[in-house]
Design a protein around this ligand. Structure first.
Ligand code: COS
Length: 383
């Protein structure tokens, strides 16, 4: 058994860490206050080659697998969650839908631009009345000659305002139900009838844009259909397996930063004539968070290894998302407690991180859905 990262992965971590320290962390307060990630930051991520970190070299990517993507996500999230989520909307679930569901021809046509960041993608599954029950979607794509006509509206689409393409899941045969009647499409932003709607005002991760995308009689050639007709639900679920894993890496990065800030604060803050780090009450909180961090790291990188080794990892990805998002909540909550009144002040980073963390138990499948996915697999396999 060998748990060491390859030299290549270690170099990637170092490069992303330097980028985060120099370019991301200094902007985090501004990003939160202005509710926007500067486009230049997204372009810098592209220039570093990170948009294609998990895309195979054959399609212009770095070929560093989900392990590489998790490293990049972890490190960027240490600097700012909104930047990491903006990055992940493309690199983790947008572009990955094409890798997971596209034909060889589509991979060759689209992935090189997705890998370089010349074009960005977003992922459109959720609708106003189809969140956890993704199969209840109302968006339709109807055959029209050689192509399709798309109608409907997707909500909560991260990065929908900057994406050049949206991966849209639509009902193509209502009679077959969600599982056999949903198909995925790669919809270009400049298609007639494609409208980018309003951005949500959010509690946290305020810099990441989250918009509605509406489609009114959008005509699509059949070459923009991703995968087989009727197989879209499976493409969505297999893509989310990767997305949920990468989200675990986001949680790990945010938790690491919260713990590092807590250690600094505990060493520097004096109470009763000595640093609060010398009190057992504080030490126990730091110890409990260290255990959470170790468990998060173990889950993230073992599951990434399963994915890169082409082994099944749906259950493990749901477990990673579930555990890491709940562990992050515990770690940031302790971090606020250690910071005392300062942890509640908007002047300290920890206040933003506490707000940023909360949604991780909700998006990419609520934790209730993760428990459902895990329990179904436990009951099916008997263990
Ligand atoms: N990989 C590949 N295929 C998968 C899969 C996976 N991880 N999970 C399910 N499938 C396939 C199943 O094999 C099944 O195919 P068959 O009908 O041929 O057997 C099909 O997809 C339907 O799966 P399932 O029966 O589990 O569907 P349900 O509608 O019962 O449940 C849940 C699906 C609830 C798990 C799904 O709707 C879900 O994940 N909801 C949350 C959505 C979400 O994460 N939203 C966030 C959006 S992105 S921010």
């Amino acid at each position: 058994m060998d748990f060491t990262l390859s030299e290549e992965h270690e170099m990637l971590r170092q490069a992303v860490r330097e980028f985060t320290d120099g370019a991301v962390r200094p902007l985090a307060d501004q990003i939160d206050a202005q509710h926007a990630v500067p486009r230049e930051l997204v372009d810098q991520i592209s220039e570093l080659g990170l948009m294609g970190v998990a895309i195979p070299e054959a399609y212009g990517g770095a070929g560093m697998g989900e392990t590489g993507l998790c490293i990049a996500m972890e490190e960027i999230t240490r600097g700012d969650f909104s930047v990491a989520v903006t990055y992940g909307a493309h690199a983790s679930i947008g572009a990955m839908s094409v890798l997971v569901g596209g034909t060889e021809e589509q991979k060759q046509r689209f992935l090189p631009d997705f890998a370089s960041g010349a074009k960005l993608a977003c992922f459109g599954l959720t609708e106003a009345e189809a969140g956890s029950d993704a199969g209840a979607m109302k968006t339709t794509a109807v055959r029209d000659g050689d192509g399709w006509v798309l109608n409907g509206e997707k909500v909560w689409i991260t990065g929908g305002d900057i994406a050049d393409f949206a991966v849209i899941y639509a009902v193509t045969d209502r009679a077959k139900g969600a599982h056999g009647g949903v198909t995925a499409f790669l919809v270009p932003r400049d298609a007639r009838g494609y409208t980018i709607g309003k951005a949500e005002e959010k509690m946290g991760q305020r810099g990441s844009s989250t918009v509605t995308l509406a489609f009114e009689d959008v005509r699509l050639g059949d070459e923009l259909r991703l995968g087989e007709v009727g197989q879209g639900f499976r493409v969505a679920m297999a893509t989310l397996d990767r997305g949920r894993l990468a989200l675990g890496a986001n949680c790990l990065g945010c938790a690491r930063e919260a713990q590092a800030l807590s250690v600094d604060y505990a060493n520097q803050r004096q109470s009763f004539g000595r640093p609060i780090a010398s009190f057992q009450a504080i030490q126990w909180m730091l110890a409990d968070s260290a255990v959470d961090l170790y468990a998060m790291e173990s889950l993230v990188y073992r599951t990434a290894w399963l994915c890169d080794a082409h082994q099944p990892f749906s259950r493990e990805s749901a477990m990673t998302k579930l555990f890491c998002s709940e562990a992050l909540d515990r770690v940031v909550d302790r971090a606020v407690q250690i910071h005392g009144g300062m942890g509640y002040s908007a002047e300290y980073k920890i206040e933003r991180m506490y707000r940023d963390a909360r949604v991780t138990r909700i998006y990419e499948g609520t934790n209730e859905i993760q428990r459902l996915v895990i329990a179904r697999d436990v009951l099916k396999s008997g263990a």
